[in-house]
Design a binder for this molecule. Structure first.
Ligand SMILES: Nc1ncnc2c1ncn2[C@@H]1O[C@H](COP(=O)(O)OP(=O)(O)OP(=O)(O)O)[C@@H](O)[C@H]1O
Ligand SMILES: [Mg+2]
Length: 310
């Protein structure tokens, strides 16, 4: 699925795997191709600005470069804005919500916090400026796996339980967009390691099964360049005595030290290759491998390097 036609991209994955890094790299790539990109992030703090070497990003939309903007979405602020919007519409139209219901619902449903953030991010796709969408695409740097999934469940629940009104109307429009693979999809970020891969496979299972949402692509981040081919990896890691001495790493001659480093590296590459294969066979679809950055992780130069992969 081409990234360039997307209007809303939901980026999730296990904590710390590189979601914000991927959002920054994708945004940089799309902006360089002339797309107007908004990166929306949730939470109280953000790391995007430091990765792009720009001033801190607050709750207003701020420019981050040519064709590139960023904003931080805070749940309580977004809730308040939503509440005011609902109340304003009710005051004007006197038909949308029944007061008692709205009140109770807003207080009782924790999912509404999530919807306030996701809905706010989606709302940016509807903004118009000079007769065309203000942003070609909104990249949403979403919470990590479990919370991210919960967040995606909310519009579905709203469609099931909330009576017609502004809340439901927005959730319907958003849900429709999220389901259209030509315009929207979820980017799952993973690392070539056992735990993140298991989590990614489960996550994609839930997206495709329960939620029926399209996977935009899988991103495997921080892939080490291969120093050894498969035959060499097997040879280096299958000698148990050698492996054990490399692991302990004591009383080694310089030559043995070099060999031990090679064995450890081969073992890591073996785990990496096995996990990339697990992801490919369990998930399929488009997969982007991003290289491990030595020294430039978290810098604008590193983000530019990764952006070339999108
Ligand atoms: N390709 C890479 N090579 C080396 N280091 C990387 C790479 N990608 C990300 N990192 C580093 O890994 C750390 C986590 O990255 P990042 O903040 O993008 O993850 P995240 O998934 O957004 O984390 P969180 O769940 O806390 O929001 C950062 O220090 C980042 O610089
Ligand atoms: Mg992050």
């Amino acid at each position: 699925m081409t990234l360039d036609a997307q209007r809303f991209v939901f980026i999730t994955g296990k904590g710390g795997v590189g979601k914000t890094t991927v959002a920054a790299a994708m945004a940089t790539a799309l902006a360089a191709r002339g797309k107007r990109v908004l990166v929306a992030m949730c939470g109280a703090h953000e790391r995007l600005s430091s990765m792009l070497e720009r001033p801190a990003i607050g709750h207003e939309v701020v420019p981050l470069g040519e064709n590139l903007w960023g904003t931080l979405i805070d749940a309580s602020r977004a809730m308040q804005e939503y509440g005011e919007l609902v109340i304003k519409v009710r005051a004007i139209a006197r038909l949308v919500f029944e007061n008692r219901y709205t009140h109770g619902f807003f207080r009782a449903a924790p999912g509404l916090h999530d919807w306030a953030m996701l809905g706010k991010a989606w709302w940016h796709t509807t903004e118009v400026l000079g007769g065309r969408p203000r942003y070609d695409v909104v990249l949403f740097d979403a919470p990590s796996t479990g919370h991210g999934l919960d967040m995606l469940r909310v519009p579905k629940v709203i469609l099931e339980v909330v009576p017609p009104g502004i809340l439901r109307r927005d959730a319907e429009r958003a849900w429709e967009l999220f389901h259209d693979p030509a315009q929207s999809g979820v980017v799952v970020v993973s690392l070539p390691e056992d735990m993140p891969v298991t989590e990614s496979i489960e996550l994609v299972g839930a997206l495709r099964g329960e939620l029926g949402l399209p996977l935009q692509r899988l991103v495997v981040n921080a892939v080490l360049p291969a120093l050894f081919d498969e035959r060499e990896r097997i040879a280096l890691t299958s000698d148990a005595a050698l492996f054990e001495r490399a692991r302990r790493g004591r009383d080694l001659s310089p030559a043995e030290t070099a060999l031990a480093a090679g064995v450890r590296r081969a073992a890591r590459e073996q785990i990496q290759a096995r996990n990339i294969e697990r992801l490919r066979s369990a998930i399929g679809g488009e997969t982007t491998l991003l290289p491990f950055l030595f020294g430039t992780a978290g810098t604008a130069a590193g983000i530019r390097e990764l952006s070339r992969h999108f």
